[in-house]
Design a protein around this ligand. Structure first.
Ligand code: ADP
Ligand code: ZN
Length: 811
């Protein structure tokens, strides 16, 4: 093979490029290489090899980055799928799988040649460059560009090169990470020599040296200097003395930076499965055996069970079984900082065989974990969505815990992938089983289970220290009634009573505030009226820049008024309450109670989550006030009361998923109470007590919610019935931004008419919810239909547009 198709690391590059392989290089698929690209040399990954070039003129591969393939054939296939499905540049998809700290740049440098330069023969600009290169006789291109501008730097260095006054070289940017090494000491002489030396040294009063020799003779492995100093009081001088006698040597050995080393793990035997777990596990095993016999295709399970029903124990069983057959598993969790308990459970069940991968680790730790996995040292990789791309071979099982969580979708950068869909693809390529677990499955996932595409397995009872326990009792408080009774506090009378009782019992409380969607819509505090779009009926979104209420679906807009059109009162209020206000009110009513506030403002340091959680679990506080984060996967056995400050905030979000999202959050918060010895109680405060979402959440009625929701999705062609693609344009100029969005809208409209795509709808253009972010204005368009990708593949969007296939939301 003489040619290689290479995906290059050049931003936004949608195609691959063909390069010739120079005879001196041995190139295989998956290998990282340096290739010339324009005026630069950049990194790329070899995707295919061929005998014939795909274009007429090819450049040669400059060098290899590592002499072995960094990516496996399966990973290459997966990256290609990701790139195609999400309309992402191939290198972006491959980069997901490269070792941490891989990306490096090659920098062009110039060096003065030895030829004696007659400065007077040079132009002033040429002289300036020679001057900058100065005493070191050397400078990098970026340095020169900074000094005299980009174009000039190129131009003048070219002149100097032709005159052979300078030469050009490529230098690699400094590596971001290096393996960590520690000095280790070991004996290098044979046994007899050592014994003789020991006796000699003891006699000549070099007792320390003799003692050290004796100690080392008793070791089977090299020992690190730091450990040696802990165990034996010996000085550096003693070590140096033995070194100079050629009896010992000190060498630097590579050590792993273990991100789990701070955990104190206790291993305990796995518990006996409860009858429900046993039944669920048995049915899963039957399906696996059956599918293997029939289609040879491994199944996807949807493990549907309330919080605390024992799903994690099933994951551990499934992993143990996979490991027993010589395969390995990946377990995805929504957010590592919040699920340290889960990590600990996995690490104690498979001691020394669990790797964690996430961005909270130092780059060095990430690199070591990656290397450790690559070398085949671990059986289980655990982490957030990116853990899917660990270099794990022999994959037999992928678990996605809390599969409905939105953190599984990468939204902020390309490729905008969803880990669930990528996991299923990866499992197919590996013939691995997938388990999706949730108490409130994603509507799309549950639909697939109903259609028979996934296998539904249920766990119906909660397990608690008192055996099976019922779900907590939930009551709904109508906030409009509170206002009528003159209570303007954030805490209703019933919630206050319940809090008082709970505190008197010495038990714990969590108060939950849904912050997403606050201050986005306007409500009358007197009658509960919310401004809605007369055409689409979704809540209008408040845009502070224009001081208008705008429909995010059809662009209907009105100025914000002062009085409510329903009751004519002036009680309008922009909805936005922060955890700090909740904290103040609780402090006002319960000055004695110890409060903890948990939101992103408080949590900034690494491990801060764990510390906060630990202090709450150790009962160092009575009330925990928090946002979304406290809804997630926490095991808080002493909590007997959960209060939801305002259940509606998320409901009025102009998004087809706002109901689903709110339902999930309410159920999750409710699931936090009563997990311990005592039963729990939940109070939901709301302005719309008749809303079916709130009623269903209060009854823990997933199916009731699901059936309503799926009808709505079917009626409006939203996922899972139609596919959505989101196109966002950003620009620093507001008018330009708007104009470009309109231009593309009309472009799509024309194409739709020409191709007669009747079932494709175009939604927008409308400003995005965070209309202006980091100084950039943003407008968006949505394509919805059975196959919106067909339209997309016919469009070439200019720079500034981003494409999000299967976006998780519309705001
Ligand atoms: P989920 O993952 O569904 O939230 P977990 O697996 O965390 O549920 O189980 C809830 C609680 O019950 C945990 O404290 C766990 O240790 C315990 N548990 C789970 N399975 C068993 C079992 N078979 N026997 C005893 N305790 C169990
Ligand atoms: Zn509208």
């Amino acid at each position: 093979m003489n040619y290689a198709e290479v995906a290059v690391n050049s931003p936004g590059s949608r195609s691959t490029f063909c390069y010739a392989i120079p005879p001196r290089l041995n190139i295989s698929v998956g290998q990282a290489v340096w290739v010339p690209f324009g005026t630069r040399v950049i990194q790329g990954i070899v995707l295919r090899l061929s005998d014939e070039p795909s274009v007429e003129e090819t450049k040669e591969i400059a060098a290899i980055v590592a002499d072995f393939p960094l990516l496996s054939p399966i990973q290459i296939k997966l990256a290609q799928w990701v790139s195609e499905h999400y309309f992402a540049p191939p290198f972006d998809a491959l980069a997901l799988m490269l070792p941490p700290g891989f990306e490096r740049r090659a920098i062009t440098c110039f060096q003065l040649t030895d030829s004696q330069v007659d400065l007077s023969s040079l132009t002033p600009e040429q002289r300036q460059i020679v001057g900058i290169m100065g005493g070191k006789k050397k400078a990098s291109l970026p340095e020169l560009e900074r000094a005299i501008g980009k174009r000039k730097a190129r131009q003048i260095t070219d002149q100097l090169l032709t005159h052979k006054l300078i030469t050009q070289t490529l230098e690699l940017e400094k590596a971001k990470i290096k393996p960590k090494t520690l000095p280790y000491i070991k004996l290098i002489a044979d046994r007899e020599e050592i014994e003789a030396a020991e006796a000699r040294l003891a006699k000549s009063k070099a007792c320390k040296q003799a003692e050290l020799l004796k100690f080392l003779a008793g070791q089977t492995q090299p020992i690190s200097i730091s450990e040696l100093r802990e165990r034996l009081n010996c000085s550096p001088a003693t070590i140096r003395a033995l070194e100079s006698r050629h009896l010992v040597s000190v060498e630097k050995l590579r050590v792993r930076r273990d991100p789990l080393s701070h955990l104190s793990l206790t291993t305990s035997p796995p518990p006996v499965l409860t009858p429900s777990q046993q039944a669920a596990w048995k049915s899963m095993q039957d399906v696996i055996a059956e599918e293997a016999r029939q289609s040879g295709k491994p199944p996807v399970f949807l493990l549907f069970g309330v919080t605390g029903s024992g799903k994690t124990e099933i994951y551990l069983r499934a992993l143990a079984q996979v490991i027993a057959t010589g395969k390995r598993g990946i377990c995805l969790i929504p957010e590592i900082a919040l699920t340290q308990q889960t990590v600990e459970r996995f690490a104690s069940r498979f001691p020394g065989r669990v790797a964690v991968l996430h961005s909270g680790l130092s780059l060095g730790e990430q690199f070591d974990e990656w290397q450790w996995i690559m070398e085949g040292n671990c059986d289980v990789v655990i982490g957030p969505r990116s853990a899917l791309f660990a270099p794990l071979t022999d994959l037999g099982l992928i678990i996605i815990d809390e599969e409905h969580e939105w953190t599984y979708k990468q939204e902020d950068k390309s490729p905008r992938y969803h880990a669930r869909d990528v996991a299923i693809k990866l499992a197919q390529l590996n013939e691995a089983v997938v388990i999706l677990g949730s108490a409130t499955p994603d509507v799309g996932s549950f639909h697939k289970a109903q259609q028979g595409e996934y296998h539904l397995v249920e766990l119906k009872e909660r397990i608690s220290p008192r055996g099976y326990s019922p779900l907590p009792e939930v009551s709904i408080v109508d906030l409009r009634e509170e206002l009528k009774a003159g209570n303007t506090s954030l805490l209703s009378r019933s919630l206050l009573v319940a809090m008082k009782e709970t505190l008197a019992q010495g038990e714990q409380i969590i108060l939950f505030l849904n912050r997403r969607g606050t201050a986005t819509f306007v409500r009358c505090r007197n009658c509960g009226f919310v401004w809605r779009c007369p055409r689409c009926s979704i809540a209008l979104t408040y845009h502070s820049v224009e001081k208008r209420l705008i429909c995010h679906r059809c662009r209907y807009s009105i100025p914000v008024s002062q009085t409510c059109p329903q009751c004519f009162q002036r009680h309008l209020r922009l909805l936005g309450i922060g955890t700090q206000r909740v904290e103040e009110e609780v402090r006002h009513f319960f000055p004695e109670a110890r409060l903890l506030r948990w939101d992103r403002d408080v949590i900034t340091r690494r491990y801060a989550h764990e510390e906060l959680l630990k202090s709450f679990r150790d009962h160092k506080a009575d009330v925990l006030i928090g946002t979304q984060m406290i809804a997630k996967g926490l095991d808080l056995p002493q909590v007997t009361l959960a209060g939801i400050i305002n259940a509606d905030t998320g409901l009025n979000f102009p998004d087809f998923r706002s109901s689903e999202r709110t339902f999930q959050l309410l159920c999750q918060v409710a699931g936090r109470a009563g997990r311990g010895v005592k039963a729990g109680k939940v109070i939901i405060q709301t302005y719309s007590p008749d809303n079916y979402i709130i009623e269903a959440a209060a009854k823990h009625d997933y199916l009731g919610f699901y059936h309503k929701e799926i009808d709505y999705r079917r009626q409006y062609n939203y996922p899972p019935f139609g596919q959505l693609i989101r196109l966002v344009y950003s620009h620093s100029d507001e008018r330009l931004c708007h104009r470009e969005a309109e231009r593309v809208y009309h472009l799509i409209l024309e194409e739709k008419t020409r191709e007669n795509m009747i079932d494709l709808s175009i939604i927008g253009p409308v400003p995005t919810f965070a209309f202006r972010a980091r100084g950039m204005y943003r407008w968006q368009l949505f394509l919805r239909g059975p196959d919106p990708t067909r339209m997309l593949s016919q469009l070439t969007l200019p720079r500034g547009w981003t494409t999000d296939v299967d976006p998780i939301g519309m705001v």
